[in-house]
Design a binder for this molecule. Structure first.
Ligand SMILES: Cc1cc2nc3c(=O)[nH]c(=O)nc-3n(C[C@H](O)[C@H](O)[C@H](O)COP(=O)(O)O)c2cc1C
Length: 390
């Protein structure tokens, strides 16, 4: 079974991600992993932190001579900012005078709930772990999951559908999403140039006013075979697994599969994707006229592209802070401010890709198994042949 964890604090020495359960013999392209990390750091509206960090995956275990060896993989991402925080966040007792308190909880962050839960007198350690810096660790192991999925012909990418009130109201074909990956400069990762400029204007507006903005990203998984996930048990449904994985990302407050949101207000005839038989296709001879289901019916992939949207609340740290209360005095004060992004929709999309890739890789390994890539390939090809013969 594919399992994964992360550890690390936003301003600590580094982040570590663990990935256990990949078969042996998977080619690991480190340049690809680093490019994924770079993609997460891009986008118009990121703050000063991303100028300090240049994330690079340092693999500590589980990969030798550019191949996985079936052992757990540990990846280290160093925090370049650590040198400025060593005295504030010592592992040993250190000097309490050097501690950097977060004196008043920031609305929208975990600050207050976390301080109450862990019995901290202020929110420094809450911020350190609840921060979305952690998502870099997920992107590192998500890149390994992507390399695994590629071996089965599956690709996972994202694009931005909305920033604030500006949205793109058309379905973007896979080829256009695919071509976004080649961009050397990422503005808002939107497939439509005009919409992207309007999105940039939204970000400029909040940059001027000291506010922040949210949005929507869409992750698309291309060439997923029918049959991943199952309706047989509630906790094995692919839609449920993907929703949980994407919702687990910082600031994601809603997840939509396919046209889920508009479908709720539409008649069935306008929603469900009619079935035809063409005799030829990706995996089977069956085809669909459209893909409102987002590639999943009954908790099972149906062979169409899987489409999952993540809805982000606006960034919680505001340059013009909201009202809060001082942890010590309980007096009303403005919420604490710490260097921050104002828009992270493209970056969240990259983290969303990682979560979708990890989820699909886990489901694919449950279905096809294999301790070596040779075995996984053999099982996968046998299943594809079975589908062709159906
Ligand atoms: C890639 C990414 C980067 C983020 N950067 C920031 C940031 O710089 N400042 C901030 O206040 N929130 C940032 N956020 C959002 C916060 O992490 C999020 O609002 C916070 O964790 C509370 O949301 P939650 O209730 O979903 O955890 C970022 C989110 C993502 C996905």
């Amino acid at each position: 079974m594919l399992r994964y964890f992360t550890s690390g604090e936003s301003h600590g020495e580094g982040l570590v991600a663990f990935l256990s359960g990949l078969p042996a013999g998977l080619k690991v392209d480190l340049a690809f992993v680093d490019r994924e990390l770079w993609r997460r750091q891009q986008g118009y509206g990121r703050g000063g932190r991303m100028k300090i960090e240049t994330d690079r995956a340092h693999i500590l275990s589980g990969v030798r001579q550019a191949l996985t060896i079936g052992s757990p993989i540990a990846v280290l991402l160093e925090n370049k900012d650590w040198k400025n925080w060593e005295e504030a966040l010592p592992v040993e007792e250190g000097d309490p005078a050097k501690h950097k308190r977060v004196a008043s909880p920031r609305p929208g962050h975990a600050d207050l709930a976390g301080a109450l839960k862990y019995n901290f007198s202020e929110a420094r350690y809450v911020l350190e772990r609840a921060s979305a810096r952690e998502s870099a660790a997920r992107v590192a192991i998500g890149a390994l999951a992507k390399l695994f999925l590629r071996e089965l012909g599956i690709e996972v990418l994202s694009h931005v559908v909305a920033v604030g009130a500006t949205s793109l109201d058309k379905e973007v074909p896979w080829e256009q999403i695919r071509s976004l990956w080649d961009r050397q400069e990422i503005l808002l990762n939107c497939a439509d140039v005009d919409a992207e400029q309007r999105m940039k204007t939204e970000v400029d507006k909040v940059l001027k006013t000291g506010d922040s903005v949210g949005g929507i990203f869409e992750v698309v998984a291309h060439k997923v075979p029918p049959g991943l996930g199952t309706y047989a048990q509630w906790d094995e449904r692919l839609d449920g697994l993907l929703a949980g994985a994407v919702m687990s990302l910082q600031a994601v407050k809603a997840v939509e599969i396919g046209a889920g949101v508009t479908a709720a207000a539409s008649p069935g005839s306008a929603v469900h994707d009619e079935i035809a038989y063409a005799g030829e296709g990706n995996f089977t001879g069956f085809s669909r006229s459209r893909n409102n289901a987002g590639g999943i019916e009954g908790g099972v992939s149906n062979g169409e592209d899987i489409r999952v949207r993540g809805y982000l609340k606006p960034i919680s740290t505001l340059r013009r802070p909201l009202q809060s209360v001082d942890f010590a005095s309980r007096e009303p004060v403005k919420a604490a401010y710490e260097r921050s992004d104002v828009c992270v929709v493209p970056a969240a999309g990259v983290a969303g890709e990682a979560m979708v890739a990890l989820t699909l890789a886990r489901c694919a390994l449950e279905k096809f198994g294999g301790d070596s890539m040779l075995e996984t390939h053999r099982n996968f090809q046998g299943y594809c042949q079975q589908l062709k013969n159906y």
